[in-house]
Write a protein that binds this ligand. Sequence first.
Ligand SMILES: [Zn+2]
Length: 377
Amino acid sequence: MSTQIQTCKTCFVATSHPAITINADGICNVCEYFKSEEGQKALLHVMKVNRLEELKQIAAQMKKEAAEKGLKYDCIIGASGGFDSQYVIYIATKLLKLNPLVVKYNNGVCHPQSDENLIKACKLLNLDLRIYPVTKFDRLYMKYATKALVNLGVFFTACFSCHFIAVSTVYREARKEKLGYILTNTNFVETTLAKGSHGFMLKSLIKGFFKAGPVKMLKFLYYEVISQYFLMRLKLQYNGFTPRFFRNMLSLHATRPSFLKRVNINDYVPWDFLNVAQILRDELGWDTPRRTKMPYFRFDCHYSAMIDKSFKRVTGFSEHALLCNWFAQTGILSKEAIQDDFAYMNDDARIDKEIKKVLEEFNMKALLSNCLNKDLL
Ligand SMILES: [Zn+2]
């Protein structure tokens, strides 16, 4: 069997990525999928869905219920200042004429541009915004998880506390304000990419563990136990000693409380990515650390650079580069059009700079050379 790495003709991925295969025409399996009838249908559904009238009826119901209960807000939106949640805010206010409460949890390593985006948009739209700073146990989880995972060379599980606390903060505020609806979205780009990635992420953690050697194995286990303790404390602080605590102990994402109905906005309105980015820039002053041709996803958290590093070690490409590459795989942009943005997203200098910021914030600069070491896996 040949071990030579092959690159796709119509995008930038190569067979160094465990979920990528290249066919006889030199095209990768993802590009091939999006050229197929099934792939085109899935993509068009996301980009062209038109159920706005149905959504308007749901919005009218929200308004009615909020008025009956004498509430200040019609619904709640958990936002970051990134691409998707910003568009949810835009749809809720401009198209649906709702008055949502906007809530953000800042994990302490958020890109300042993301907070600025959110503050600017809420001011323009006259919305109430609550930004909550990082909590003690979340910070301790992230620090000790980083200390543990640096021994394996991949950081995939260090975001577990954020998965829990970012949404839990929104649920807590919804309860406080007696709100009955939460507006959300699912990012089609990320869900398509995530499909093939969970398996190799887990495998890389196991591989990292067995390659670590006895000293690093013990160090990993020691810090991992401490980090899990702080994650448990975090969940206990939010949920109390209740059935919800036990349910959330076992799941990655916090369970949505039953009083809160979820309305997924991109089930109703088209998510035409390039067009949406333009609307956000023109109408809400949305900005990103670099003006890319495609929406710049996930710039809002510096810790994502640690995930970029991990992806690069396992697949040869950073996660940001893969998100960028998706636009060539779907044919929304050509390979040539994304070339510069792809190089920027995959660039070690950009990734390393952000990792340095995270470690400075955590007072763990001593870990820098280990975090950047390419030969760990
Ligand atoms: Zn391809």
